[in-house]
Structure formats: structure tokens, C-alpha cells
Design a protein around this ligand. Structure first.
Ligand code: HEM
Length: 177
């Protein structure tokens, strides 16, 4: 997993909690990297899982809520770092439909070692179905990113999320305004 994901996560922890909380969860997590992340480095996915668990333990907030909150934060950061992907799009569903076929394809060219999920999409007017597949199982992060995206476009979108028998996760989105 790209170091950028870790630096953004720890940045969110510093903003919402404190720098001390960052040091405490790194210490609690007993990480192979020692917690010294650079945005261009690559780290094991299990390290983010441990950091989230440690934060959950210290704050009492459920881990899935923390990961979703991170998704919101990360969406804001990604669009600041890569405004070209959002530029010219004024609808959340159009944007989300483009994540797999356009945005993550471009991300792969910029960062060939990125580990990205797959989204299978089907669109009918104001409805979009996204099926999320990833060996890392970060559906809470996907949900937070989707919610962050809706907020960015200031649209009201109803979301339903289901686990599928094959382990993938289905997001059914309906734009209400
Ligand atoms: C400006 C838009 C976006 C950019 C530039 C972007 C880029 C990235 C990058 C660099 C990573 C990290 C890869 C790694 O750790 O190796 C990532 C991971 C991920 N992205 Fe995106 N992304 C964008 C939007 C989205 C949106 C809107 C969603 C949700 C629908 C999404 C879903 C995910 C998920 C869930 C992961 C975690 C890896 C996994 O699940 O296997 N991304 N993305």
C-alpha cells in the first residue's frame, strides 16, 4: 500500500485527535516499518489495519467508523492533489462511474506499484451500482470515499450496501436531487 495512504491517515489522526495520539498508536501497533512512512514508499496493508485497531482501542470509536471517516478525509485530499480528475465533472454518479475505467487507470500510470481495487459498474439514469472487489477488503474505505464524493458535489444520494456471496461488496446508489 502506498505510503501516501499512511501519511494521510496519520495526518487525519493528528488533526482530529493530537500528535501524541499519532505517537501512541504507532507505539501500540508494533509495526514492521516502525511507523516512519514516506509518501512514495510501499508498506504492508496489514499496517493500516493495525493502526486503525489501535486508534479504535484508544478512542473507543468502532474501527469501521474510523475507516469511513478516513475515506471522507482522503477524498478531499485526493481531489486537492489531483484536481484534473474532478475538473469538468459536476455529478457524483458520473464521477464515481469513472473511478475504475478512468481515474484508477491514470493512477496506475502515475504510480505503477499502487494496489487498487476493481469496481464493476452499471448505470441507469439516476442510479448507479458499483461492485467493489479487492483482496484487501477495504469496503469501509470505499464507502467513506463515496460519501466524501457526494459531499463534494453537494448531492443527496441514497446508498445501500450489501455483502455478496462471492465476498465482493455491492453499493447501490440513487441520486435524489
Ligand atoms: C481523485 C480521485 C481518486 C484518486 C486520485 C485515487 C487514487 C488512489 C490511490 C493512489 C490509492 C492507493 C493505492 C495503494 O495504496 O497502493 C487508492 C486506493 C483506493 N481507492 Fe482510489 N482514488 C480516487 C478516488 C476513489 C474513489 C471515489 C473511490 C471509491 C469509489 C476509490 C476507492 C479506492 C479504494 C477502496 C482504495 C483502497 C485499496 C483497495 O481497496 O484495494 N478511489 N486510490
Amino acid at each position: 500500500m502506498k505510503g501516501m495512504v499512511f501519511t494521510e491517515f496519520l495526518g487525519m489522526v493528528a488533526d482530529r485527535f493530537s500528535e501524541n495520539m499519532v505517537d501512541d498508536i504507532i507505539e501500540d501497533s508494533d509495526l514492521p516499518s516502525g511507523g516512519a512512512y514516506t509518501s512514495v514508499g510501499l508498506y504492508d496493508h496489514s499496517e493500516i489495519v493495525k493502526l486503525v485497531e489501535s486508534l479504535s482501542h484508544r478512542t473507543g470509536a468502532p474501527a469501521p467508523d474510523l475507516v469511513k471517516a478516513f475515506g471522507h478525509h482522503l477524498f478531499g485530499r485526493l481531489q486537492t492533489m489531483h484536481p484534473e480528475f474532478v475538473c469538468g465533472i459536476d455529478d457524483a454518479l458520473d464521477f464515481l462511474e469513472s473511478v475504475d475505467k478512468v481515474i484508477h487507470v491514470e493512477v496506475m500510470k502515475l504510480y505503477p506499484d499502487a494496489m487498487l481495487p476493481r469496481f464493476e459498474t452499471s448505470r441507469e439514469g439516476n442510479r448507479l451500482q458499483m461492485i467493489y472487489r479487492s483482496p484487501r477488503g477495504m469496503e469501509d474505505l470505499a464507502q467513506g470515499l463515496i460519501e466524501g464524493c457526494m459531499e463534494h458535489f453537494s448531492q443527496v444520494v441514497r446508498m445501500e450496501r450489501h455483502k455478496r456471496p462471492d465476498g465482493s461488496t455491492e453499493f447501490n446508489l440513487e441520486r435524489l436531487q
